[in-house]
Design a protein around this ligand. Structure first.
Ligand code: ATP
Ligand code: MG
Length: 720
């Protein structure tokens, strides 16, 4: 047992061995938070203070949960199966499966991922004849999820005008539709689990007395509902609350756009009367130059709880900066550099390519692919989100739960069975009249459409019968064959990759039953919805790791290439107008930089193709926030290029200079220049696209006008 605690510094040791009381470990990147949390679990169990059964731990991703379980098994001779370690969504799913009746759900309830949810909302709007220009489905999705994440049901939602009243009414309709179909979206998993424990006293008492220790990683990115759920489960305010052990880093809060609320850290400290907040300041991950850069960048944020990191590791290599002419050049250079790292003995899986936006991965992938270097993309178009996989899953879902209208609508006519839109409309109308699911309505229908729909229903019934007692991979195989999906993609000209993916689904099923606790079809479908992007990332694969900065949170790599470090891309143009947005981007930059152990590369391109357009940009302001002596420029430094400041005030302070790369053909205007527009007032040119008569300028007018793209030929701009 001592060996368990051997490799901890005094602060870490203090944190691991705290008595059972509310605790907050507030510490920067790479200071061992996750390690402390995992070690504490092992310590609690090995000292007999709890059993594997008596604690619950929340991680941010399923991947992190798996890693934690693997480390625990290495530290202790215990069987980690059945331990409640997972993401909020995963744990809530588990709770609802165990108590589906009390939660008011069918046994085989299905989970809607974000795309399914949007499809369900569109279907609803159509059925109700709602103008989707006035009530855009995406907006409504955001509205519904926002309310759910704040713990607000439709009957309690605020409505201050007619437009919002209508949205609330649609929220209520959506709730009814989901209930009827036996499906829950992501936010619903949490809200349902929360309501279940609120309403059901005996159940609450059961779990409160069972989980005496609750441990939460990445606490800074919890949202309001998650915090409330934790509070409830911990029996906060009751006679014998559980010991909540939270670790987090306010500087790494990067999910505000999804409702995460750093304020939870302050509330936790106050409401749980946390006696000692432990800070860890020694970083064990990165070499000194990398850490100094991270510290310098984050120091520019104003709202911080404040901490600094140091390391014993020595300065290490400088941060390498490469400025390419185009995104293609950038990718080419990165791949050459990767090849040389590999020649020097680096393992491919220790090298990561990070980017701010998913769209950037295409060029990088292309270059890696044509050089024959194996790589894996995390996130992006996720395996379980691919069209062919979603089709296959829809068949499987109908077998598990025939009332799932989203699944029904997806495959009733795929592959084509001659069921037209008109028949489906008739069906949807009757379903509303009878208040039954589409599937259950089919027998009520008369006439020709009824016949082809009945054939579909029979197909699903036959598949259900035939697969009843088969193991999961055989169920999948049967469905791929009998649904006609395989035949469909075999006949498609570029269907090979899709067929390969369908086969991969068989493997996913086989893997699932070898690992899962609930190796059923329903269990597999829940896994497919919850794990989405993480499936591809199987750790054994020796491949370069590609992912967004968001997806890289909590991970570490020997070498990190952070690409596209340009104004407008990183910080993202949508965020630079507000301080909050910019500070969140800076935290994201801090997360990116602190992923690197030994080598950090920053790369940028003067021009890149993005969303079908060429954009010209300047280096990111974040580069200027790194002390220059830490950086080694691998390309001649473009002295003339200066980053612009978003506020006009700042633009006045910093006289704009010509930018070599964009001054050419934009009517004499330059990036960084201050201009006046008749309607929008004064603004700063941020970037330019096209040239000559087609030139467009992106201008930041600040205030209520914000960022605008203007055609140079039309805009009548004056230099100020
Ligand atoms: P992040 O904020 O990025 O999630 P973290 O604070 O969770 O980082 P960990 O991932 O737990 O940090 O630790 C970072 C690295 O430092 C890991 O490789 C970990 O094994 C190592 N480490 C942590 N503490 C020690 C220690 N006392 N001695 C040696 N290595 C350590
Ligand atoms: Mg961590």
């Amino acid at each position: 047992m001592t060996s368990l605690l051997d490799n901890l510094n005094p602060e870490q040791l203090a944190a691991v061995t705290l008595p059972p009381q509310p605790a907050l470990i507030l510490a920067g990147a790479g200071s061992g938070k996750t390690r402390v949390l995992t070690t504490r679990i092992a310590w609690l169990i090995s000292t007999g203070q709890t059993t594997p059964h008596g604690l619950l731990a929340v991680t941010f991703t399923n991947k992190a949960a798996k890693e934690m379980l693997a480390r625990l098994s290495a530290m202790l001779p215990i069987n980690t199966r059945g331990m409640w370690i997972g993401t909020f969504h995963g744990l809530c799913n588990r709770l609802l499966r165990a108590h589906y009746r009390d939660a008011g759900l069918p046994e085989t309830f299905q989970i809607l991922d974000s795309a399914d949810q949007l499809a369900a909302i569109k279907r609803l709007l159509k059925a109700l004849n709602v103008d989707d220009e006035k009530y855009p489905p995406r907006d409504l999705q955001h509205f519904i999820n926002g309310n759910k994440e704040a713990g607000v049901r439709a009957d309690a939602a605020d409505a201050w005008d007619d437009w919002t009243r209508k949205k609330v009414a649609l929220y209520a309709e959506y709730e009814r539709q989901c209930q009827k179909e036996g499906v829950v979206d992501f936010a619903e998993l949490l809200l349902r689990a929360y309501e279940l424990l609120t309403r059901n006293e005996p159940l609450r008492a059961h779990y409160q007395s069972r989980f005496r220790h609750i441990l939460v990683d990445e606490f800074q990115d919890t949202n309001r509902l998650q915090y409330l759920w934790l509070k409830l489960l911990a029996g906060h305010g009751g006679p014998a609350p559980a010991a909540v052990f939270a670790v987090g880093d306010d500087d790494q809060s990067i999910y505000a756009f999804r409702g995460a609320d750093v304020g939870n850290m302050r509330d936790f400290e106050r409401e749980f009367a946390v006696k000692s907040v432990i800070r860890l300041e020694q970083n064990y991950r990165s070499h000194g130059n990398i850490l100094d850069a991270a510290n310098a960048i984050i120091a520019n944020n104003s709202r911080r709880l404040g901490k600094n990191l140091w390391t014993e590791a020595g300065a290490g290599e400088p941060i390498r900066l490469y400025e390419a002419l185009t995104d293609m050049d950038e990718a080419r250079w990165i791949v050459e550099e990767i090849q040389s790292l590999i020649r020097d003995g680096a393992a491919r899986s220790d090298i990561a390519l990070l980017y701010r936006s998913n769209a950037q991965s295409r060029v990088l992938e292309h270059q890696l692919f044509s050089t024959g270097i194996p790589y894996r993309v995390y996130g992006g178009l996720r395996f379980f989100e691919r069209q062919e996989i979603k089709h296959a899953l829809a068949y499987l879902r109908l077998i598990a739960n025939a009332d799932d209208d989203t699944a029904f609508a997806r495959v009733v006519n795929f592959p084509t069975r001659g069921i037209g839109a008109r028949s489906l409309e008739l069906l949807a109308d009757s379903a509303r009249t009878y208040n039954t699911s589409l599937y259950a309505t089919v027998p009520h229908l008369a006439g020709r459409p009824a016949a082809s729909l009945a054939v579909f229903v029979r197909l699903i019934e036959d598949m259900r019968q035939a697969t009843r007692d088969l193991p999961l991979p055989e169920v999948i195989d049967h469905v791929l064959e009998h649904s006609g999906l395989r035949a469909h993609y075999r006949a498609e000209r570029e269907g090979e990759e899709r067929l390969a993916n369908l086969d991969e689904l068989l493997n996913a099923g086989a893997n699932f039953i070898s690992e899962a606790e609930d190796p059923t079809l329903t269990g597999f479908l829940a896994h497919a919805s919850l794990e989405a992007g993480e499936h591809q990332a199987d750790a054994g694969q020796e491949a370069i790791q590609l992912m967004t900065v968001h997806a890289a949170k909590g991970l570490e790599f020997d070498a990190v290439f952070l690409t596209g470090v340009e104004e407008g891309l990183f910080p993202h143009e949508n965020s630079i107008q507000e301080t909050d947005g910019l500070e969140e981007e800076r935290r994201l930059m801090y997360v990116a930089v602190t992923r690197a152990r030994k080598r950090l590369y920053l790369t940028l391109a003067q021009s890149r193709m993005l969303h079908g357009q060429t954009r010209y940009s300047l280096k990111s302001r974040f580069i200027d926030e790194i002390p220059p002596q830490l950086i080694k420029w691998l390309t001649p430094r473009q002295a003339a290029q200066r980053y612009y400041e978003p506020s006009l005030e700042a633009a006045h302070r910093t006289p704009p200079r010509a930018s070599a790369s964009v001054a050419r053909d934009t009517g004499g205007f330059r990036i960084g220049q201050l201009v006046r527009h008749a309607k929008f007032g004064e603004g700063v040119i941020v970037s330019a696209e096209g040239s000559g008569g087609d030139a467009k300028l992106q201008i930041n007018f600040g205030g209520s006008h914000g960022m605008k793209w203007l055609m140079l030929g039309m805009a009548k701009l004056e230099a100020v």
